[in-house]
Design a protein around this ligand. Structure first.
Ligand code: AMP
Ligand code: ZN
Length: 119
């Protein structure tokens, strides 16, 4: 069923506490933790605790939860003090775009190289 934990999903395991993570923020329905392979000085992932394969699928199934994930990304940026210097939110969607973990997540990136626009 949509939203149910998947036994083979690394982020479901992090949400369940079965794999350690460096927690940044937590709400009833979301978790933010540091990326294990940071690409910038600030590199935090925000996930819904419920499992959805990607951000678009999450938004279709539960728009409120998708909004909560985005709001948490903004709060992470505030706590990391990167709002003034700017930050980038990235949703890699599909393996062809580099998605490697198929549990919806947004990357919160800041602190270097963001002047190089992608689009
Ligand atoms: P993506 O490539 O968009 O699917 O992003 C997946 C991200 O998850 C990558 O940036 C990985 O470095 C990160 N990642 C994978 N395993 C872990 C883990 N156990 N703890 C924290 N981040 C992880
Ligand atoms: Zn999952």
């Amino acid at each position: 069923m949509a939203g149910e934990a998947q036994a083979d999903c690394v982020f479901c395991k992090i949400v369940a506490g079965e794999i350690p993570s460096t927690k940044v923020r937590e709400t009833e329905h979301t978790l933010a933790f540091r990326d294990i392979n940071p690409q910038m000085p600030t590199h935090v992932l925000v996930v819904p605790k419920a499992h959805y394969p990607d951000a678009a699928a999450l938004a279709v199934a539960d728009p409120g939860l998708a909004g909560a994930v985005l709001a948490e990304a903004g709060r992470v940026a505030e706590e990391e003090k990167v709002v003034d210097s700017g930050y980038r939110l990235i949703f890699n969607t599909g393996s062809g775009a580099g998605q490697t973990v198929f549990h919806a997540h947004v990357h919160v990136l800041a602190g270097g190289g963001l002047h190089e626009k992608l689009v």
